[in-house]
Design a protein around this ligand. Structure first.
Ligand code: PEP
Length: 250
């Protein structure tokens, strides 16, 4: 049951090429028997099928194929450039990131669009992984919880019991700055409480931490209460680093 496992999800962002993807994924397949860790790889859309085919071949503990984004439109049709949740499911995607801070930063994506995307993902039976996190300014102003609560409000009234969230303070993404143990513990507890109050006590919840997780700091981060895994950017592109993070999650 993945709702009781630690999740280690690599987000490749806009990186990768056929050959290097293949060699990275083939090395990672040796980790498919790691107990109690849900491993995911999130390649650019154009490589989803390649990654899915490469991870599928083996054993009992799968590597999940994840997508970085999805269309807010659910029906097929005249939406040039878009890829629907149904198409993601068709090529073997399991989990779809929603609302990564780079989507808000560069594409001005807000709660209403994220809500539509989450609904589309749930409708086709896949798992949305909602990314939340405050900006540096919001933390300096002491408004980090207010910011995260607002982002989490997209869950209100959804017809699901399963909630996957990545807490990624924007100031810690790709910067080498990691939130400290107290900041992580405090926010993860807050996210649990918020989701339970929005969505009911029988919710399944996974809260991953994201923001400059690497092979050196992963074990420490995983030992913080209510940290159910990590969303890993930069370090997921290097086999040794990503493998070490998976090992630290066991
Ligand atoms: C991310 O993109 O979700 C992320 C956490 O990136 P990085 O690990 O590179 O900070």
């Amino acid at each position: 049951n993945i709702w009781q496992q630690k999740w280690v999800i690599g987000n490749w962002k806009m990186n990768g090429q056929l050959q290097e993807n293949n060699s990275l994924v083939h090395k990672l397949r040796s980790f498919q028997t790691v107990p109690n860790v849900c491993i995911g790889i999130t390649p650019p859309t154009v490589y989803l099928l390649q990654v899915h085919n490469a991870v599928q071949i083996v054993l009992n503990n799968p590597i999940y194929t994840c997508a970085q984004d999805v269309s807010r439109f659910s029906e097929k049709g005249a939406y040039t450039g878009e890829v629907s949740a149904e198409m993601m499911r068709d090529v073997g995607v399991d989990i779809i990131l929603i609302g990564h801070s780079e989507r808000s930063l560069y594409f001005n994506e807000k709660n209403d669009v994220q809500r539509q995307k989450i609904e589309n993902v749930l409708k086709v039976g896949l798992i949305p992984l909602l990314c939340v996190g405050e900006s540096l300014k919001e933390r300096e102003d002491g408004r980090e919880k207010e910011a995260v609560a607002y982002q989490l409000s997209v869950f209100k009234g959804l017809k699901t019991k399963n909630f996957a969230i990545a807490y990624e303070p924007v100031w810690a993404i790709g910067t080498g700055k990691v939130a400290n143990r107290e900041q992580i513990a405090d926010m993860h507890q807050f996210i649990y409480d918020e989701v339970l109050s929005l969505c009911g006590n029988d919710a399944n919840i996974r809260v991953l931490y994201g923001g400059s997780v690497n092979d050196k700091n992963a074990a420490d981060i995983f030992s913080v209460p209510h940290v159910d895994g990590a969303l890993v950017g930069g370090a997921s592109l290097k086999y040794e680093a990503f493998a070490a993070i998976i090992n630290a999650a066991q």
